[in-house]
Design a protein around this ligand. Structure first.
Ligand code: EPU
Length: 425
């Protein structure tokens, strides 16, 4: 167990660089294993989820090496197994992407079903329906998905809800299928576009990524390539919200401003100054934010992954904001925010947040990644010390976040729970 002690109330100032996108990297790492040659990936964030995916790929026979801090080399001569190990798969939902890889490359996949998680029940029925449409025989028994296809055959697939994971998995599978696959109602998230550009760099023929119709002309073989992963829009948004929570003045660099349009407009509506150039945001806040109502939506809407930090910001807004969550069941962290003095009522999919003047530090527990980001934002702006346990959830998807925040002036110390000694940097 890891924990943070955050001494709140310190204004964040300075410049911070955003890491590569976790969710983009997860799909791209698996896609790299479709290549017959060597792939070199830059800007890979060194985070727990990425390390879990690397371990799964190694188990399947992919050779993976870190060349330097954020550069990975992957080589896949052949996959030695079509069975993904339960112990690793159960730790991360995105590991289900290896189903698309195995079906495309080996024609056979046995992947444990990802269970529910702290975001509620998260089925993979759309993924399975897609594999079946591509001609795979899919069965489920004892929590294991078994799929088999001598050859995947392209077809038209309607994805019932524009699911990111389904779009990624089917793009992986269809890249090496016979003929054309058309994904209707595909996800338009920047991570899907990043994957398409990467796959096309390997020789795939994918058109329309970023729109809701993606056409994939299957090819016989994919080859190695070199690629740089896009910046993490969720980390960027978290840092912007953290700045606003501390009434700070921060330049967030290495961003694609276009990817955060809804977030910038919402922050501006709350009275936060956000200026941008090609790759940076300058975020300044010198007063209590105004209450803003919003709801999460697939891209380009307000991202579900920033709903929690945004609720933390609205906790000290002037007025009452209504935040609706339309993608997942993602309000469990609210009880912890209440311990810090937030006045939030949750009714089904909606949080009614009555802004208070100030939050106060308290012991809190992190239960998932974005809940951790919300509590961290709240703690940075709160009066007094917040003790956060369960920080390993934050490490799943934020690279060295405590170091980055310290460099902006935050008072935050990491402890390993056993020894209670500050960890080395
Ligand atoms: N859904 C189904 N059946 C399926 C697949 C999805 O009912 O087979 C539902 C989900 O339950 C959800 C909706 O469709 O209500 C959309 O889910 P989606 O498939 O888009 O989510 P995901 O692929 O599981 C990715 C990100 C999430 C992010 C969501 C939404 C990765 C690895 N994960 O999840 O990121 O919140 O898209 O944008 O890309 C995070 O980083 O903290 C995180 C949870």
């Amino acid at each position: 167990m890891e924990k943070f002690i955050v001494e709140g109330g310190k204004r964040l100032t300075g410049t911070v660089r955003v890491s590569g996108s976790k969710n983009s990297a997860l799909g791209i790492l698996v896609a790299a294993a479709l290549a017959d040659g060597e792939c070199l990936l830059h800007n890979v964030p060194d985070e727990t989820d990425i390390r879990i995916m690397i371990d799964i790929l190694i188990e399947l026979g992919v050779r993976v090496e870190w060349l330097e801090a954020n550069t990975l080399r992957l080589r896949t001569a052949h996959l030695r197994s079509y069975q993904a190990p339960y112990e690793l798969v159960r730790r991360m939902r995105a590991s289900f992407y290896v189903a698309g890889l195995l079906l495309a490359r080996v024609g056979k996949a046995e992947v444990p079903l990802p269970g529910g998680c702290s975001l509620g029940s998260r089925p993979v029925d759309f993924h399975l329906k897609g594999f079946q449409a591509l001609g795979a025989d899919v069965s489920i028994s004892h929590g294991l998905m078994k799929a088999e296809a001598t050859r995947l055959i392209g077809t038209k697939i309607y994805i019932n809800r524009s699911s990111v994971g389904t779009t990624v998995n089917l793009m992986l599978a269809a890249s090496l299928a016979e003929g054309q696959t058309i994904l209707e109602n595909a996800a338009k998230e920047p991570e899907v576009v990043d994957l398409a550009i990467f796959l096309n760099g390997m020789g795939a023929r994918i058109k329309g990524a970023g729109t809701n119709v993606i056409k994939i002309d299957g090819v016989k073989k994919l080859s190695g390539t070199e690629y740089t992963i896009i910046p993490d829009r969720v980390e960027a948004g978290t840092l912007m919200i953290a700045t606003a929570c501390t009434r700070g003045d921060v330049v967030v660099e290495e961003v694609v401003p276009e990817h955060l349009r809804a977030v910038v407009l919402t922050l501006q509506e709350a009275g936060v100054t956000v200026e941008e150039d090609l790759t940076r945001f300058h975020v300044v806040s010198d007063r209590r934010p105004k209450a803003v109502d919003t709801e999460t939506a697939p891209y380009p809407g307000f991202p579900t992954d920033l709903q929690q930090p945004f609720v933390a910001l609205m906790s000290t807004a002037d007025g009452t904001s209504i935040i609706r969550e339309t993608i997942f069941d993602r309000f469990r962290y609210v009880d912890e925010l209440r311990r810090m003095g937030a006045d939030i009522k949750v009714e089904r999919d909606t949080a009614i947040v009555r802004g208070v003047e100030r939050l106060t530090g308290a012991p809190v527990e992190v239960t998932d990644l974005r809940a951790g980001a919300a509590l961290l934002c709240a703690a940075l702006g709160a009066e007094g010390a917040t003790e956060m346990v369960g920080v390993e959830h934050i490490d799943r998807g934020y690279e060295r976040i405590d170091q980055k925040l310290r460099a902006l002036g935050a008072r935050i110390t990491r402890f390993h729970a056993e020894g209670e000694w500050p960890s080395q940097e």
